[in-house]
Design a protein around this ligand. Structure first.
Ligand code: ADP
Length: 248
């Protein structure tokens, strides 16, 4: 694995089906996708188009019915229990609803994923550094309910980084936030990508968010219907122009 630029992700002919009664629904329908190390890719598409399912398959929190997901040199879809658990520990997840534990302090929420492991002092030091990196130094002892939505999402992002992931999967990370706060959370993710060298896959239906990513992959009925490189030499600050031009 490349420790400075993030993981490469290769999805090949991926299929995921769900059975609902007698019906069989193909949520991911023969999707193939190569993601460069260190890029920030927006997955867009209407509700039900397969964004979350694709992230779950890449993060190995759901099994695929066919096809492969390969992250760096590891074929994730072929992993068995122990190796799968190790893989999941190296992937960061961020969700729309922050999923913080309400009775735990901010600091303990960030440490929670690594709690059963040894080296408590080291974990505390890392959690403090991460809270500093997400702009929450000084709020370590607060409870989640004492924070704004944007701050809670920052805690969730710090928690996702505890395992030093090379791949961060974010499912509608700005979906519960107003557009200004959502934009700030995206700023943070882009900054963290530059700082820690991660690849980020982000599901969003917000055009202003998608337009600021390096690449836009649009899903429709479980298939990729559009795949755009958004970097082509433009100033990334021109988000509105890009959104307009792309008719997102
Ligand atoms: P999106 O994230 O784009 O809204 P999803 O990946 O959540 O889309 O869903 C894709 C399709 O798969 C939808 O039709 C959804 O209803 C279906 N689906 C997702 N998860 C399940 C599940 N656990 N059981 C049955 N159907 C599911």
């Amino acid at each position: 694995m490349d420790e400075t630029t993030g993981s490469t992700v290769r999805v090949a002919n991926l299929v995921r089906q769900f059975r609902t009664g007698t019906e069989r629904l193909t949520a991911i329908d023969d999707v193939s996708l190569d993601v460069a190390a260190g890029s920030v890719v927006a997955m867009t598409g209407p509700s039900g188009s397969g964004k979350s399912t694709l992230l779950h398959l890449i993060g190995a929190i759901e099994p695929a019915d066919a096809g492969t997901v390969t992250v760096d040199d590891v074929e994730v879809t072929g992993l068995r229990r122990a190796a799968l658990a190790r893989y999941r520990q190296r992937v960061g997840f961020v969700f729309q609803r922050y999923h913080l534990l309400p009775a735990l302090t901010v600091l303990d929420n960030v440490i929670a994923p690594v709690l059963p492991r040894r080296g408590h002092g080291r974990h505390v030091a890392r959690a403090r550094d991460l809270l500093d990196a997400v702009g929450l130094a000084g709020r370590e002892r607060a409870l989640p309910a004492q924070l704004s939505g944007g701050q809670q999402q920052r805690v969730a992002i710090a928690r996702a980084l505890m395992g030093a992931p090379l791949l961060l999967l974010a499912d509608e990370p700005t979906g519960n936030l107003d557009s200004t706060t959502g934009g700030q959370v995206l700023d943070l993710l882009l900054d963290l990508r530059d700082r820690y060298g991660m690849t980020i896959l982000l599901a969003t239906h917000e055009r202003a968010i998608a337009a600021r990513c390096d690449r836009l992959v649009r899903l429709g009925d479980g298939r990729i219907v559009e795949d755009l490189d958004l970097t082509d030499g433009e100033d990334p600050a021109h988000t509105f122009d890009r959104a307009t031009r792309l008719r997102l």
